[in-house]
Structure formats: structure tokens, C-alpha cells
Design a protein around this ligand. Structure first.
Ligand code: C2E
Ligand code: MG
Ligand code: MG
Length: 708
């Protein structure tokens, strides 16, 4: 059992591991990596861009510086000035206060829009944007910023450029929004350009900007227009490279994402497989335990009450025998389907084992739950179609747990397996007689279960420590009031549990098989006692010992009893065997042969509790018994009047006709004794004469009678 439980726990652990392996972790990691790479790419691009611009600025500075130098030395020399003016130069010369001293070309220097302080390592210089083609600007911290909006607009206007605005044949370039753009040779003037082809056909662009250079020992500033030239072929190559890298990253990300999603889907499938019952194709026990426990423990349901139910289809084995295992499994699947249809929100049903189903239902009160379960059983009967099916249900309730101050708390220690086990125990108490029924677990059942376990646990030590005592209840002849016999009855004198009567442990021993040990124990003790009393000179009378039906499965029972009695050298006629009526339902032939053997060996055999069951009359016909013990029920209660007397009288007559003695059990009244004496009952065993007593007391009684 514990192995199964451990196995189950192992499975649940494995399941948890599988279930918790979701795709979210790797997806998050992938996402984080993508973000990281993006940031890295952006940062690196910014860094590279800045580097490129700085070097371009430095280039621009040297262009401007050379013109500035020419101006510095040749401002008075008209031929030099002519030379300067003849080029496509534009510049402004200012004095220290910023006042313009000289201007050449169109002054589009954006001095108002801020200045970027740059350095080429040796000198520091200022950069101003061109007021017409301002694609960059000085940021507040003096570094370079890009006017993305202008760049975008510029790109659009380039794309929208109509034929009319195309390159004039005389010029090598077009000026678009202040930017000088030269096109490749393939660029046809009549090509209507869409954004991409137009961009693709650009050979280079020249961004104008203004750079200052100190002249005349810093007294004046020469601010000249320079062009930052960008060769688009290189840029396109760079763009293609970046596109390729991004594409590769994207493909890797896509493949990884697909892989992760597929793995996650497969995990889900494994989980579902793990939870699926192979017979019903519905949910299985592990699903029930896992989810049921979570549900009941959940913070959301802590105020709700639940019932954990064990529902059993009792005819499963027979059905499979009459039909086939496959038909039986189809039927189980149908049962599962019917039960599933009965489930309400937050309720669960699963196939547990064989023909057992586990349910988790809402609970209001015992009556409502029992009614609901009976309703379900009614509907399940409908599956029978000609067969009469039996279903039994047991339930254990799970109520909200409260703290001492009445606050409801989480049921963190709740175990659905324990609750289901309780439900099974409750169901088991219905036994075989209640065909279809419902039983709800209560604490008395738990007590019974605990006691059952305690008895099982203690039985061997109790036997070895001689805690079981033999009590003797005398049997008297009602006509002479003399002692004619006795019955040995067991008592458990437990140091822990006190004086325990057989009703509390004999049924447990009968269930667990320990009863055979008890029977041996009693026979040997009685044989030993009888022998010692004989030796003491008492007038011993036969003592009957109860032998359980469980014992009759042993073929050599008669021999065992004979040997035990002989071991103590006790005359066999001093020991009688009592068989309870229920024992007669077992293998009749084996029973007859054992009785015959016992009689052969010299033991008397009697039928105990005659009249308490059903077919004892029939058994009498074949069993060569010596005595009939009329059950105590004949002499109990109100109904034991005239009709009862007729039955008892006839039973005694019947026994006589079959050559059997009669013993009346449970006789407490004088009137009953008189009546029985009148009817010729041979012996009476009842409180009227004596209660079961310890060995010493019985011996004393015997000695008195012997001496008397
Ligand atoms: P049983 O064999 O039918 O024993 C008779 C029971 O009736 C005894 O109960 C006895 O105390 C009780 N009894 C006798 N006269 C009266 C009476 O006038 N009034 C009332 N109220 N009760 C009376 P006990 O000792 O509790 O035993 C109960 C049953 O336990 C026995 O029924 C027998 O079936 C079983 N049992 C007892 N000892 C043994 C044993 O050693 N081996 C086996 N296998 N079963 C035993
Ligand atoms: Mg008895
Ligand atoms: Mg009896």
C-alpha cells in the first residue's frame, strides 16, 4: 500500500515537473535577448554614426580651414579673393562680437540654432547647421542630435520627386531641400521615382553645414560652408549588411520561438496523457488528486464545503465474466460520461481504480448530498438495460477550517487521498447486503477504523502475553438445576484498553484471519484447564469452544483439534465444538467431512445460534450434529410470547427427533427456565443461572457441585 502511495507521489512529482516546464521561461529569455541585442545594435549604431560624423566634420573643417587660410592671407589680394569667390564657396567672416564683416555666397548659416563644439584633436572648432538642410542640431549637452523628422521629410520628398524636378542635364546634381544629391548613371530623368528606387539610384548626398575657423589670431572668425559627403553605395552595402544581420537574428528568433512553442505544446500533450484514464478516456486518479487538492485548498473555495465521494459499480467483475473485459470497459466509460454530466461548476469526477470512481462535489448537508448521490445512482441504473446494476457510494465531507477566533483559514493540510479513503471506509460499511446505497463518513466510523487498526496491531502481543483470558459460562439442566456443561468465552484483559468483550474484537479477527490463532489458543487452554481440574478431582463437565467458520477451510481441522487436546492429555469427550450458523453456508461437503471426523475422534459438535440466520433447518438434514444451541433471540424482547414458545417447543422437538441435545442460550427469566424444562430442553446457558466467569470462579462452582 505504502509502495503504491509512494509511486503515486513520485508520479505527482514527475507531473509537477512536467507541468511547470512551461514555454514562458525560454520565451522571456529569448525576448530579453532580443531586447538586449536591439539596444546593443542601436547603441553601437549611434556610436558608429557619431564616429562617422566626427570624422566627416573633421574633413569639413580642413576644407573650411584651407579656404579660411586663403582668406586670411589674401583678403587684400583681389586675385586671391577672385579665386575664392569663383569656387562654389559660401562663407561669412565675423569679428569678435559676431558682427558680419564679409560675406560670400548665400548665407544660410544657422548661427541662431545653436552650435556644436567639436575638436579634431589639435584645434577646437564650432559647427552650425545649414538653415535649409538642417538634419542635425546641437543637443543641450552640446553633442550631436539628428532631426529625424527632417530626414524623413527629405526622404519622402526625394521619393515624390516628379520628372520636372529631376536632374538638369547641365548639372551633376539636384538640390533637394537644400541637400545636394547626385544620382547614378542609370538614373533616368524620366523615371518616376518611388521611394525605394529613388533612394537606390542616389550615388551620393552632400549635407551642407557651416564650420568656423579662427583667423587673424582669433580676432575674427571664418564660418564657411562645408559638405559632409556620404557615398550611398557604401551606405547601401552597410544597410544590406545590417538587413542581413537583422534577418539572421529574426530567423533564429523565429526558429527558436517555433521550437519553444512546439515543445510547450508537446509538454501539454504529455500532461494531458498523464491525466487521461486509459479505460474511460476521461480523467484519472492522478488528475483528481492533483487538481482536487488544489481546488479544495484554494483561497477562493476555502469558505465552501465539499464532499469527496467514492462511488463503486459493484457488478463490474460479474459483468466482465458474462460479457467481456472490453464490454466492461465500455460500460465504465459510460458511467464516467453519466457522472461527468452530473458535475456542476467546480466539481470533479475521475475514474480511480477498477470499478471505483472518485467525485468532488459541493456539500450543503448530509441529506442533500445523499439525495444527490441517490439521484446519480438512479441514472446509472439506467445503463443496465435489463441487468440490475448495483452502485454504492461513500462520502467524506470537507468543511471550512476555522481558527480559534472563528476566522476561516486555508485548508493547507487537506489531503484528498485521506478524504477519499474515509469515503471508501464509509462505503465499505454498506457491506454486501445493501445493494445500492449511500453512506456518509462520520467520526464514529473513524473511531471504528482506528479501533480496527489498534486491534490488528496488538493482536500478536496480546496473544503472546496471555492477555486473552478464558471465561466459562456454565450450562445447567433446568430440571435438576445441576451443572451439565459450560461454554468457553474469550475476554481480552488489555493493560491499555481494559476489559474488552469479544464483540469488539472477534469480528475483526474473523476479517483478518487471526481468529484461527484464537481458536487454537482457546482449545489448548480449555484442554489444559480440563486436565488440571480432572487431576484436582473435580467432576468435570464438557466445555464447548467456539470454532470460527474461517477455520473450516483447513482440511485437517479435525486432526489439529485432536492433536491439541491430546497434547494436554484431556479426554476428548470433555471438549465440544460449537459452529456458528453462518459457518454452515460455506463448503458444505468439507464441513460434513470435518464434523464426521471430529465425531469419530470423540468430540461432540454443536450448532451455535440456531435460529438466528436463514437456512439452518436445511443444514440439520445433512450434518451429524450432537447438539443444537437455540439462539438468545428466542428469549429476548416482547415478541417472545406465545408464538415464540411454539417455535422453541417445535425446535426442541425437532432436535430430539434428530437425536440431538438442546441448549437454550440467553435465558434470564425463571418463567423461561420453567417453560424450557417443561419442553424437555436439555441445558440452559444464561444469566439466570450464571454469567460467564473467570476460570477460578468456575472451578469453585464445579468443586462445590462435585462435593455437594
Ligand atoms: P456465542 O458463542 O453465542 O456466546 C454466547 C454469548 O451470549 C456470550 O457473549 C454470552 O456472554 C452471551 N450470553 C449468555 N447468556 C446470556 C444472557 O442470559 N443474557 C445476555 N444478554 N447474554 C448472554 P460473549 O461472551 O460476549 O460472546 C459473544 C460472541 O463472541 C459469542 O457468541 C461467539 O460467537 C463469539 N466468541 C466468544 N468467544 C469466542 C471464542 O473464543 N472463539 C470464537 N471463535 N468466538 C468467540
Ligand atoms: Mg458459542
Ligand atoms: Mg450463541
Amino acid at each position: 500500500m505504502s509502495q503504491i502511495k509512494n509511486g503515486n507521489k513520485k508520479n505527482v512529482r514527475l507531473y509537477k515537473k512536467v507541468r511547470n516546464t512551461t514555454a514562458w521561461g525560454p520565451v522571456a529569455l529569448l525576448f530579453a535577448l532580443l531586447v538586449f541585442f536591439n539596444v546593443l545594435v542601436v547603441y553601437m549604431s549611434g556610436f558608429v554614426l557619431e564616429y562617422i560624423f566626427e570624422s566627416k566634420f573633421a574633413e569639413g573643417y580642413s576644407q573650411v580651414e584651407s579656404v579660411a587660410k586663403m582668406y586670411e592671407y589674401g583678403s587684400d589680394d583681389e586675385s586671391i579673393m577672385e579665386l575664392i569667390r569663383s569656387g562654389d564657396t559660401a562663407f561669412v567672416v565675423t569679428d569678435k562680437s559676431g558682427a558680419v564683416i564679409y560675406e560670400n555666397g548665400r548665407n544660410t548659416c544657422g548661427t541662431n540654432s545653436g552650435v556644436i563644439k567639436m575638436s579634431n584633436g589639435a584645434e577646437e572648432y564650432m559647427v552650425y547647421q545649414d538653415s535649409e538642410a538642417g538634419f542635425f542640431y546641437p543637443k543641450e549637452d552640446g553633442t550631436l542630435g539628428f532631426k529625424w523628422k527632417s530626414i524623413f521629410k527629405w526622404a519622402i520628398s526625394l521619393a515624390m520627386m516628379s520628372e520636372r524636378e529631376t536632374i538638369s542635364e547641365s548639372e551633376e546634381y539636384s538640390i533637394i531641400n537644400g541637400v545636394y544629391v547626385s544620382f547614378t548613371d542609370e538614373a533616368s530623368p524620366d523615371t518616376e521615382r518611388s521611394l525605394l528606387p529613388a533612394v537606390m539610384q542616389i550615388e551620393s548626398i552632400q549635407l551642407p553645414l557651416w564650420i568656423s575657423a579662427d583667423i587673424n589670431g582669433g580676432e575674427q572668425q571664418f564660418i564657411g560652408r562645408a559638405y559632409l559627403g556620404f557615398n550611398m553605395r557604401d551606405n547601401i552595402l552597410a544597410c544590406e549588411l545590417i538587413t542581413a544581420v537583422i534577418t539572421v537574428i529574426f530567423i533564429i528568433a523565429l526558429v527558436m520561438t517555433i521550437y519553444i512553442i512546439r515543445t510547450a505544446v508537446n509538454y501539454r500533450r504529455v500532461v494531458n496523457l498523464f491525466y487521461r484514464d486509459p479505460v474511460t478516456e476521461g480523467h484519472n486518479w492522478i488528475w483528481f488528486v492533483r487538481n482536487g487538492e488544489d481546488k479544495v485548498r484554494s483561497i477562493f473555495t476555502k469558505r465552501e464545503s465539499f464532499a469527496v465521494v467514492n462511488l463503486v459499480f459493484r457488478n463490474y467483475r460479474n459483468y466482465c465474466l458474462c460479457h467481456s473485459l472490453a464490454d466492461g470497459e465500455v460500460l465504465l466509460a459510460d458511467i464516467d460520461r453519466v457522472l461527468l454530466a452530473e458535475m456542476r461548476k467546480n466539481e470533479m469526477c475521475a475514474h480511480a481504480t477498477m470499478s471505483n470512481f472518485a467525485l468532488l462535489l459541493h456539500y450543503d448537508n448530509d441529506a442533500a448530498l445523499a439525495a444527490r448521490l441517490r439521484g446519480m445512482i438512479m441514472r446509472l441504473h439506467g445503463l443496465g438495460q435489463g441487468h440490475s446494476f448495483e452502485f454504492q457510494a461513500g462520502a467524506d465531507t470537507v468543511l471550512p477550517q476555522k481558527e480559534q477566533d472563528g476566522r476561516i483559514v486555508r485548508r493547507k493540510d487537506f489531503s484528498i487521498e485521506q478524504a477519499y479513503n474515509n469515503a471508501c471506509s464509509a462505503r465499505a460499511t454498506l457491506g454486501k447486503t445493501e445493494k445500492s446505497g449511500v453512506r456518509i463518513f462520520d467520526s464514529s466510523l473513524l473511531e471504528a477504523q482506528r479501533w480496527d487498526d489498534t486491534v490488528r496491531e496488538k493482536q500478536w502481543s496480546a496473544l503472546n502475553n496471555e492477555e486473552f483470558e478464558v471465561y466459562y459460562q456454565p450450562k445447567f439442566d433446568p430440571r435438576t438445576n445441576t451443572l451439565r456443561g459450560a461454554e468457553a468465552l474469550i475476554r481480552w484483559n488489555s493493560p491499555e484498553y481494559g476489559f474488552v468483550t469479544p464483540g469488539r474484537f472477534i469480528p475483526i479477527f474473523e476479517k483478518n484471519g487471526f481468529i484461527t490463532e484464537i481458536d487454537h489458543y482457546m482449545i489448548s487452554h480449555v484442554a489444559r484447564d480440563q486436565k488440571s481440574w480432572l487431576e484436582a478431582g473435580y467432576g468435570c463437565v464438557p466445555v464447548s469452544v467456539n470454532v470460527s467458520r474461517a477455520h473450516f477451510v483447513e482440511n485437517d481441522l479435525a486432526e489439529q483439534i485432536r492433536d491439541m487436546v491430546d497434547r494436554y492429555d484431556c479426554p476428548r469427550e470433555l471438549l465440544e465444538i460449537e459452529l456458528t450458523e453462518s459457518a454452515f453456508f460455506d463448503d458444505k461437503n468439507a464441513m460434513i467431512s470435518t464434523i464426521k471426523k471430529l465425531k469419530e475422534y470423540g468430540f461432540a459438535v454443536s450448532m451455535d445460534d440456531f435460529g438466528a440466520g436463514y437456512s439452518s433447518l436445511n443444514s440439520l438434514k445433512d450434518m451429524p450434529l450432537d447438539a443444537l444451541k437455540l439462539d438468545a433471540d428466542f428469549f429476548r424482547g416482547e415478541g417472545s410470547g406465545d408464538r415464540g414458545e411454539i417455535v422453541v417447543a417445535e425446535a426442541i422437538k425437532l432436535a430430539k427427533n434428530l437425536n440431538m441435545r438442546t441448549v437454550a442460550e440467553g435465558v434470564e427469566e425463571k418463567s423461561q427456565v420453567d417453560f424450557l424444562a417443561e419442553q424437555g430442553c436439555d441445558m440452559i446457558q444464561g444469566f439466570y443461572y450464571a454469567k460467564p466467569m473467570p476460570k477460578s470462579e468456575y472451578a469453585e462452582k464445579m468443586s462445590r457441585q462435585t462435593n455437594g
